[in-house]
Design a protein around this ligand. Sequence first.
Ligand code: FE
Length: 291
Amino acid sequence: MTQQLTAERLTTARGVERLVNGQFVMDGAGVKINRVLTQTLQRRLDPFLMLDAFGSDKPGDYIAGFPEHPHRGFETISYMITGRMRHKDSAGHEGLITNGGVQWMTAGRGVVHSEMPEQNDGLMEGFQLWLNLPARDKMSAPWYRDIPSEEIPRFVTDAGATVQVIAGSSHGVAGAVQRDGTEPVYLDIELAAGASFEQRLPPGHNAFLYVFRGEVTVEGKGVPSARMAILANPPAAEGVRIKAAQASRVLLIAGRPLGEPIAQLGPFVMNTQAELHQAVDDFRAGRFGAA
Ligand code: FE
């Protein structure tokens, strides 16, 4: 049963620092993606490294999928709104991510995995977020969890919001995944026309919204569909307040910055160039195993 909760009331809320259009890119074996959080924003949105949005009912945009490829040094969080994708990895994990489900994978010291569609037609829509690991955890053992839609904690508020708590917590509801170090908050917020939602966030945490239905306003600034809004970090702000004039749906993502050097080479994210060279050597020598 979905809990009914009283909406938060914040006195001071964060504004929008800026709006970001994604970049259309091809990734995997030829999957069309809107890369919303690009490499140039990694420092500003530390600990988040990437957010990809995909959504198409043309099989040619997704059917090729993401055949075997490696990752090291961070976590990938896939959220499938509509569609079916199968994951297999070198740590022995396999799972099917379907409508409303989340897959949380900690690559740690390295996995080789594949992410392949299990549908030949129809809509596939979802997101993949990359969350950095603290230096001390980059070479940890790989970890994996499938979270079907019905296991994601959710609640509704008396202000017209329906909220799924993928990570962190909201209104006292603990999410499906908790992480020390980066303390991620990952919410999927559905707002009825005229509804609002407020979320408490520590001022030091970096935070952003991605609107994927409708249009919302944050402290008077409009955020249209398919845009990311980077939220400002004023020290006095208690959190963020989102209002929807029309039915809308928004991802709200926030985390504690690591403040560590970020070195990225494709699917490897470490702290130094030497660690990247080591990752390439280890992958080429087969030390990640095979999917
Ligand atoms: Fe991958």
